[in-house]
Every structure is written in C-alpha cells, then in structure tokens.
Design a protein. Structure first.
Length: 432
C-alpha cells in the first residue's frame, strides 16, 4: 500500500472520531484562560488540535506516541547508518504508523522524483542580492513555487471539501521534496562562490542534502538525518506550526502556509535562536581563552546573569527538563566528536548552568533546550556560516507542519478566528 493509500485509509475513521467528539461532547470545557495567559501569548491555553506530536513538560516530545530514543531505535536507517531516516519520520507523522524499510524507500523515491527545481526558481534565487538573510531567501523560494500549487488549481475548479486533502497531499510532497535543494542552493550561492553540487539520486533525502551542501563523509550525512528528524515537529502551538496552521485555515495552499510559518521561524525567539546561542558560546570560548575551568565558567555565567542577560539556550516555554533533542545531539557528539573544543565548552556549560539557574531562582526551567547544542555540531563539520542554520531547521520543521496541514484539510478544520478582548474589558471583569 502506498503512502497516499495508507493515508486515505485513515481519513474516514478519523473523521468519524472527530465528528462524534464534537457532536456528543462539544460543550465540554478543556481549558480555562487567565488574564496572565491573555497577556502572555496564550501560554498553556488548550485550543488547537494537532495530531502529529505532543509535548509533555517533563517527558518531552512524542511523535505519534514515540519519544526520540524510541524513534532512533525503531525507524529505518540508511544502509550502514544508525540514525533514523527523515522519510520514516514523515510517514509516521502522516499515518500514525511506524514504516517498514519498503515504506521509507517509497517516500525517498517519491521525493527524488518530485525534487527538481524549476528554472524560474533558480532565476529568482539568483536575482536576490547577496547578503540577504538566508531565511528571507528560503521564504521567497517557497513563495515563488506557489504557481505550481495543485491544491490552488483544484480549488478553482470546484473540488469537494471532502477531497481537499488530496491536492494538499500533492502540494506537500512536491514542496518537501524540493526544500533540501533550495536550502543547498542558497548556501552554495551565498557562501561558496555560487558553485553548486548536483543532486545524487542514489541518496536519501537527508543524505542528499548533506551531499549538496558540500560536506564530505558519512558522519555529516548521519548528523543531517538526525537533525532533520528531531527538529521536525514540536506540537502545534509553537510559532512556525501555529502560523502554518493559521494561514492554512483560510484554505491557502501549502506554499503560502509554509512560507508564513518560515517567517515565524526566522524570529530570534524561535528558530533563529540556534545561531544566537552559538555566537554566545563562541564568545565564552574567546573571553575565557579556550575551554574554561569550572570556576571560570561559574563566574562568567553569574556575571552574565547579574548584568541582566540570560544564558542562551537554557529554558523553554513548555519543557521542565533537559530537552530530549539536546540529549540526542549530545549522544551524537560524544560518539563522533568527543574532543571538539566547542563541544567541550557546550558540555562544560551543561555541567554548571542548571545549578546556577536554580540558585538564581528566576528560571522556570534551568535545563538546556535543543538550540543549546545544534550549532556546535554544524560548526564541527565546517558549516561555519551561522545564518544558514535556521534554514536547516526550516527544512526539518516543514515535515511536521505540512503533515498537519494535510490533516487540517482532511478533517475540515475551521478558519481560526479567536475572540479578542481589551484591557478596559478585562478591568471591568475584575471589578465584577
């Protein structure tokens, strides 16, 4: 059974579940909202349905019920490799079932077939002035492909609402297939004298992206596979996922929706954080003359906090433990680059920062998040241009948010339109 056929077999049972819930229990209250939440970005308000993943403050992320260690164990790998293939993770996100090796090979073949970039897109990317942030170029590249939208065409022709998922599936598969090539093209154009490396159709999706970036060796291919898996989804309330869902709720196609989501990912409080963390870690190393001692680092971190700054990469809006994505990257580093100086600085910070943050008492979560580690791995393999890191994040995140977008259309989720209130209204409620 193909991926599309497998997905189609899931639609009616899921639609029935949702219809029953709404019909029989639609008035059940699932969340209360406080004034602090209204002003604080709706933090913790349960009001968006996302099937692909769920985030527990103490357990971390689960993709369709599987945590990251389980995925590293259960998902198919490349021949001779140990890290899970992103194609397998996408299959799981879309269907809720673990794929076989044949299932993964089918997705790889699909993406290889759909992955060529049209000439007009290359012309558009070439025309973007050098020095434009890579995330701007990435978003523009996605938007430029909108003319290819199967969904937009079928919508204009008058397709049934029950069938919206089908052309959305085609858009998603076409778009995900092209993202590694867009990312690699931007990287080579911006930083490698516009010298490009042809795609290798014998490689998997993540391995081919590593190849087109120009980093040799199997270890970097393995890192890219792991990176693309662990960054792919983080339930639906984060900015990139919520924005993609929100724009899609207007019945915009995958290109409009993902481009908007990537604009959200580009913010320093979201995806851009990974490059900001690495800049800070490099400053720590430079200021302290190399890998610091524990005493040197304790003083440096206290000086940082006492000056009114934060420790970048520590804390998370939801998590209240060490981010499992951090630990997956740490395990990779311990195996492949244990003597790397930047990794040693990252490890030293990990050993002392949580205790310092607990003693200070201001941080709700003193543990590292995913951004505290990813940059040092890219740097080790020669990707020294920090501004490209968020593009890699975007290639990964597309799998989660676009799998959800297909389900949004399959379930007929409504246009998102929450009710807003004013400060005057809130003050009146408090008086009452």
């Amino acid at each position: 059974m193909s991926l599309k056929e497998k997905l189609q077999s899931k639609l009616d049972p899921m639609r029935s579940r949702v219809k029953t819930l709404v019909k029989e229990h639609g008035d059940n209250v699932i969340s209360d909202v406080t004034i602090a939440q209204a002003y604080g970005g709706a933090r913790g308000v349960k009001c968006i349905v996302t099937e692909t993943s769920a985030l527990d403050p103490f357990e971390g992320i689960r993709f369709r019920g599987f945590n990251i260690p389980q995925l590293r164990e259960k998902l198919p790998t490349a021949p001779g490799g140990e890290e899970p293939l992103p194609e397998g993770l996408f299959y799981l996100l879309l269907t809720g079932e673990l794929p076989t090796e044949d299932d993964v090979k089918e997705v790889t073949k699909e993406w290889t077939t759909r992955g060529e970039l049209p000439g007009y897109l290359i012309d558009i990317l070439k025309a973007i002035p050098k020095g434009t942030h890579p995330m701007t170029q990435f978003s523009m590249g996605i938007m430029a492909l909108q003319r290819e939208s199967v969904y937009a065409q079928k919508y204009r022709e008058g397709i049934s609402k029950m069938d919206y998922w089908d052309p959305m599936y085609e858009d998603v598969m076409n778009l995900i297939a092209k993202l590694p090539k867009i990312a690699a093209y931007i990287y080579r154009k911006e930083y490698k004298n516009d010298e490009h490396i042809p795609s290798d159709p014998s490689l998997d999706w993540g391995g081919n992206m590593a190849h087109m970036l120009g980093v040799e060796g199997d270890a970097f291919k393995e890192l890219m596979r792991l990176y693309l898996v662990i960054h792919s989804d983080h339930e639906g309330g984060n900015v990139s996922a919520h924005t993609t869902h929100l724009v899609g709720s207007t019945l915009s196609d995958a290109y409009y929706s993902l481009s908007a989501g990537m604009n959200g990912l580009a913010g320093p409080l979201h995806g851009l954080a990974n490059q900001e963390v690495l800049r800070w870690i490099m400053n720590v190393k430079e200021d302290l003359g190399g890998v610091p001692t524990k005493d040197e680092l304790v003083k440096y971190l206290w000086d940082t906090l006492n000056s009114g700054q934060v420790i970048p990469g520590y804390g998370h809006a939801v998590l209240r433990q060490t981010d499992p994505r951090y630990m997956a990257q740490r395990e990779f580093a311990l195996k492949h680059l244990p003597d790397d100086e930047i990794f040693k600085v990252v490890s030293a910070i990990y050993e002392v920062a949580p205790d310092i943050l607990r003693e200070q008492g201001k941080a709700k979560n003193p543990w590292p998040n995913v951004d505290a580690h990813s940059g040092c791995l890219m740097l080790h393999y020669g990707i020294t241009e920090y501004d490209i890191y968020t593009v890699f994040f975007g290639v990964s995140r597309a799998m989660g948010v676009l799998a959800s977008l297909i389900w949004d259309r399959a379930l007929g989720l409504a246009i998102e339109r929450p009710k807003t209130i004013t400060t005057d209204w809130l003050e009146e409620q408090v008086k009452k």
